[in-house]
Design a protein around this ligand. Structure first.
Ligand SMILES: C[S@@+](CC[C@H](N)C(=O)[O-])C[C@H]1O[C@@H](n2cnc3c(N)ncnc32)[C@H](O)[C@@H]1O
Length: 290
């Protein structure tokens, strides 16, 4: 296990870039540099362990069950990369599963929920022997983890030839006109345009990135989930669940109040997600860590 990184919630140099399914990659210039981003993500997950799982619990169907489908019969070890509170563990109860995350708070939340085994490690330096994993699961993490080329290299190294990667990422397409308006409402309350993902291409462009990294893409599908945001508690969860480094406590409080008024019974928010399933070709020479 690695020692904890210093968590510091420094402000982004520019206002929150955004995040939402409605925003385009154009104008992503407001992204933070890598050390700033890593500090922000560490502090965010320290303060909000299990937040992604709690947000997804509002969905009309489980995105984690959808992600786990292609891994149900995967032979060998299933490595859950950046597992957070480890919601995928519950979807693969019979798997030889290991969860890895850099956040001690997320791993503590996973442990509190009875999920394991868990290892604290960086996705860019996995403490796993080459070719050891039969499958890698990556739920909502590839747009977040840095540096992405190193992380993809590590996934390719730890997978056995023929092994499977299943990734779940946000999608920017698929919103209905009213779904788009709802996101505009939410982001306006937060005074944000988009989330400043460090790897914006690892959303709708993920299949292309994986091909370039030597994987063979088996499927690339989008599915639009619906989050039920029908109470002030749901609104509070939503307001806290986005990566918005420039959100001040005062603005966050104002957004919570505004969204609590909007979150009436029957209110839904569309959430387009993308599932990409790729295999590591057989015959590829095994890779050593760089
Ligand atoms: C959006 S959350 C997703 C958590 C979980 N997979 C889920 O879907 O509920 C992103 C996760 O990535 C983890 N993370 C970020 N950077 C990481 C890194 N370099 N190595 C390992 N985990 C990392 C965070 O601690 C957090 O748990």
């Amino acid at each position: 296990m690695r020692s904890g990184r210093k968590a510091a919630g420094r402000q982004a140099r520019r206002p929150a870039a955004a995040a939402d399914p409605a925003a385009s990659d154009e104008g992503e210039e407001a992204r933070m540099d890598e050390p700033e981003w890593r500090r922000f993500v560490a502090a965010y997950h320290h303060a909000h362990p299990g937040i992604t799982e709690r947000l997804f619990a509002l969905a009309d169907a489980s995105p984690y069950a959808w992600l786990a489908e292609p891994l149900r019969d995967a032979p060998g070890v299933v490595l859950d990369l950046a597992c957070g509170s480890a919601p995928v563990r519950a979807e693969l109860p019979n798997a030889d599963w290991v969860g890895i995350d850099l956040s001690a708070a997320e791993l503590a939340e996973a442990s509190r929920r009875g999920r394991g085994p868990l290892v604290r490690a960086d996705a860019g330096a996995l403490p796993v022997a080459s070719g050891r994993a039969g499958a890698v699961c990556a739920a909502m993490c590839l747009p977040v983890v840095t540096p992405l080329p190193r992380v993809l290299g590590e996934i390719g190294r730890v997978l056995r030839p023929g092994g499977t990667l299943a990734a779940l990422v946000p999608s920017q397409t698929g919103l209905s006109p009213s779904g788009m308006l709802s996101w505009v409402r939410v982001m306006a309350a937060l005074r944000a345009v988009r989330q400043p993902w460090p790897n914006p291409r690892a959303r709708d462009g993920l299949a292309g990135l994986l091909c370039s990294a030597g994987f063979r893409v088996r499927s690339d599908e989008r599915r639009v989930f619906r989050l039920a945001v029908g109470s002030a508690d749901d609104a509070q969860l939503l307001a806290g669940a986005l990566y918005l480094p420039a959100l001040t406590p005062r603005r966050a409080e104002a957004a919570r109040r505004s969204l609590a008024r909007w979150a009436v019974r029957g209110r839904h928010l569309e959430l387009p997600l993308r599932r990409v399933v790729a295999d590591l070709p057989t015959g590829r020479p095994s890779q050593e860590p760089t």
